[in-house]
Structures are given as structure tokens and as C-alpha cells.
Design a protein around this ligand. Structure first.
Ligand SMILES: [Zn+2]
Length: 297
């Protein structure tokens, strides 16, 4: 598998200094990104982990995105950042994306679903149910935007029960996907929020979605978070106890498995910058033997 780190959305929220107070932080990183993964598998086509904002959001933002979040989050819509355009720049087409694995269904993660009509969309059952039926209250009404996923989407839902990954409840057998990709329960930000763990070498790459927002929250020796990002997480949470407990468990995981776990969240631009630097460049062309692949560029 080849794993690309891509940014499928940029947000410059109101109150920037409260969100990005760190001295010396480069201007380019004083923003929120929407980090997604594009995984080229040998036998299962392309797999996207989260989709950021999609073409429909760029073309019809007023129909698809709540005015409150457009303004408060300072959403900067840019067609070239959509997952579809980035997939195309790597030499693939929309139909090559066969699977989308979602951390959750918030507007800044689910916007690109409809750009990939041949993809099966894998998500926790509680998340889909909350997005379809639980849109009560100011935030819940606005965070989920059914216009982003109300056309023939092939959903595949999972119950988080039974299996365990380093003590986290997980789903190991995602239908049609290789066993190296797992859903890991990280409830709190939303009712069905999950991380996505991808086996990489001898360790794991873990997309923690919105389980945390500030890379320094994961410092096992002294977690910190900017005031603004702490307030934003509180505004968006549905279960504070579970959210904070999961953050603590992620810190423990990092402490105990240092080197074997590469952890990142959706929105921290510093994490994205360092991970993107490690992304492979160009597209791979498969030869007859699935394991024998050669860079095209
Ligand atoms: Zn988010």
C-alpha cells in the first residue's frame, strides 16, 4: 500500500490568535486543515480516509454548508483542494476510488462523498444514525449536512463491539478492505466518532479524526491546548467524559508504543506539514504481480 497525506479543506476560524497562539508558528500553519488519506492498495483500488470538502461544497456552499460554520470556521473553499481533484492529479479517476472510510459525518469530513459514486462508504452505525435521525439542537442541526450525502450512497455500517485494538474497541473486518485498515472507536466528539488505523511497516498510522485538535494535546509529558481550540472542542462534543478519556488513552498509547504508533488528527496544520513531507510523490503503475509496483514519475 502507498499512503498519501492530502489536505481537502482549509479553515481560518474567527479568533485566530486564541486558536494559534504559539510563538514561532509559521503563518501557513495558522489555519485548520482537513487531513485525509488516499491509500493505493494492491487489490482493493483506492481508499480514501475522510473526504474533506467536495466539489458540491465549492460550487453550492450556501445550499450545503450551514452559514454559522461557514462564518465561524472561516471555510476557504478551493476546488484544487478537493479529494477528487487531488486523485486526478495523481493520475487516477473518480471511479478508481472504491472505498471511503469515515471518522465521522461532520460537514468538513463528508463533503467529498458524492464525488466518488463507485465507492462504498464505511462508517460506524451510531454515526450514520445520529446524522440521519439525531439532528436536534443548534450544533447538531448544522454539523451534519445531508445534502452532502443524500444521493445513492452505498453505506456499509458497523457496530463497535467485541474486538479490541490496544484496548480500544475496534472493527477489524471492513467489508472489501484489506485487514490492514481498521475502525477504532473514539467516541466523544460525535456519537459514532472513530479513528482509522492503518498498518504501516511494523507499526500503525492512526488518523484520529477530531478526537483532538492540537498536536500538543497528545504530548504524554505535558498536554496543552490553545484556549480557542479547547472551546471549539467543547462546543462540538456530545460526550465530554468519553472524549477526554479517549484523549488520555491516545496519550498512553503514544507513551507506551512510542515509535510504533504514528498518530495525527484531522485539523492540525503542523502535523499535516510534517506528514505530507513523507507522502510518496506521483502515481504507481501496477505490473502483473500485485506486489511488484513501479513509480510512474
Ligand atoms: Zn472536523
Amino acid at each position: 500500500m502507498r499512503i498519501h497525506h492530502i489536505n481537502c479543506g482549509t479553515m481560518c476560524p474567527i479568533g485566530g490568535r486564541l486558536l494559534f497562539y504559539r510563538a514561532g508558528l509559521p503563518a501557513a500553519q495558522r489555519r485548520l486543515v482537513c487531513q485525509c488519506l488516499l491509500i493505493e492498495t494492491d487489490q482493493h483500488g483506492l481508499v480514501l480516509v475522510d473526504t474533506g470538502f467536495g466539489l458540491g461544497d465549492v460550487q453550492r456552499p450556501h445550499e450545503r454548508l450551514a452559514g454559522f460554520f461557514r462564518t465561524a470556521n472561516g471555510i476557504r473553499l478551493n476546488e484544487s483542494e478537493t479529494a477528487l481533484r487531488q486523485v486526478e492529479r495523481l493520475g487516477h479517476g473518480a471511479n478508481d476510488v472504491r472505498h471511503i472510510v469515515l471518522t465521522h459525518l461532520d460537514f468538513d469530513h463528508a463533503g467529498g462523498i458524492e464525488d466518488f459514486p463507485h465507492a462504498t462508504v464505511h462508517v460506524c452505525d451510531r454515526e450514520l444514525s445520529a446524522a440521519l435521525n439525531g439532528r436536534q439542537g443548534f450544533i447538531a442541526k448544522r454539523r451534519y449536512c445531508p445534502q452532502q450525502w443524500d444521493r445513492d450512497v452505498k453505506w456499509q455500517t458497523y457496530q463497535l463491539s467485541g474486538e479490541s485494538w490496544f484496548g480500544f474497541t475496534c472493527v477489524r473486518d471492513l467489508r472489501g478492505l484489506p485487514p490492514e485498515i481498521l475502525l477504532v472507536g473514539l467516541i466523544g466528539h460525535t456519537l459514532g466518532h472513530c479513528g482509522v488505523a492503518v498498518a504501516k511497516g511494523r507499526g500503525w498510522l492512526v488518523h484520529a479524526g477530531d478526537a483532538y485538535f492540537d498536536a500538543e494535546e497528545m504530548d504524554p509529558d505535558g498536554p496543552r491546548c490553545t484556549v480557542g481550540l479547547r472551546l471549539y472542542q467543547r462546543m462540538m462534543e456530545v460526550d465530554r467524559q468519553a472524549r477526554l478519556a479517549n484523549q488520555e488513552r491516545l496519550r498512553n498509547l503514544r507513551r507506551e508504543r512510542d515509535g510504533a504508533i504514528e498518530l495525527f488528527c484531522s485539523h492540525d496544520a503542523t502535523e499535516f506539514a510534517s506528514l505530507q513531507a513523507s507522502s510518496p510523490k506521483g502515481r504507481f503503475i501496477r505490473s502483473a504481480a500485485p506486489d511488484d509496483i513501479t513509480p510512474a514519475i
